[in-house]
Write a protein that binds this ligand. Structure first.
Ligand code: GLN
Length: 202
């Protein structure tokens, strides 16, 4: 266990797991890799990395993690979804679509997968982020964007008029990859949410 009194897990199905692990390690946390629901019970917060959202979804299903993560979120435990992780935390627009869904239906956002299209497959941009004084260097890779948000969702950043970072209560999402930079401010934001949610009542 790290010096902190909470433990952070990284969903370890497919995608940028190692990069998030290194990023967490750099700020003094020993991440716990989540491969099944038993390990999910041991953590206070979860990061869902980027990768291929349909592949991650299939592996989550195979490992019985869909309901387990939904319950984790309902217990107000913090979850940080980056890129494909943002897609997975989103909601389907119509009930009919939820049958063949690849989304956890947790956050009140509608997502456009691969929203920046082919001409902008990968790019970097300096973003103005709510609450951050200096621009944040964001790395986008076949990134989604958020088309619309429901009540209670706080928009944290936009790029080209598209929403690329947001927060709703215990859920934080970024369309880009904070783990691929050495700028820790997004991770710090998430860890401050974790501290807030896991603080013991006085
Ligand atoms: N395009 C991918 C998806 O929708 C996400 C890409 C990424 O995570 N870098 O699953």
């Amino acid at each position: 266990m790290s010096e902190n009194n909470y433990r952070v897990g990284i969903l370890s199905m497919q995608g940028a797991t190692e990069e998030h692990a290194r990023h967490l390690h750099d700020v003094g946390h020993e991440p716990i890799l989540i491969k099944n629901k038993e390990t999910l019970d041991n953590v206070d917060a979860l990061i869902i990395p980027g990768g291929e959202s349909t592949a991650i979804w299939r592996l989550m299903k195979k490992n019985d993690l869909i309901e387990a993560i939904q319950q984790f979120a309902q217990r107000k435990k913090p979850i940080f979804g980056t890129c494909a992780g943002l897609v997975l935390l989103g909601k389907d627009q119509a009930e009919a679509e939820t049958k063949d869904t690849t989304k956890l239906q947790l956050m009140n956002i509608q997502v456009q997968r691969n929203g920046f299209g082919r001409q902008k497959d990968s790019f970097e941009a300096d973003l103005d982020v709510k609450g951050m004084e200096e621009p944040y260097p964001a790395v986008f890779i076949r990134a989604p964007y958020i088309e619309s948000v429901g009540e209670n969702v706080e928009i944290l950043a936009t790029y080209d008029d598209k929403i690329v970072a947001a927060r709703e209560d215990n859920l934080l999402v970024a369309a880009f990859h904070p783990e691929l930079t050495d700028d820790n401010r997004f991770l710090d934001l998430f860890l401050s949410m974790v501290e807030e949610k896991t603080a013991l009542p006085i």
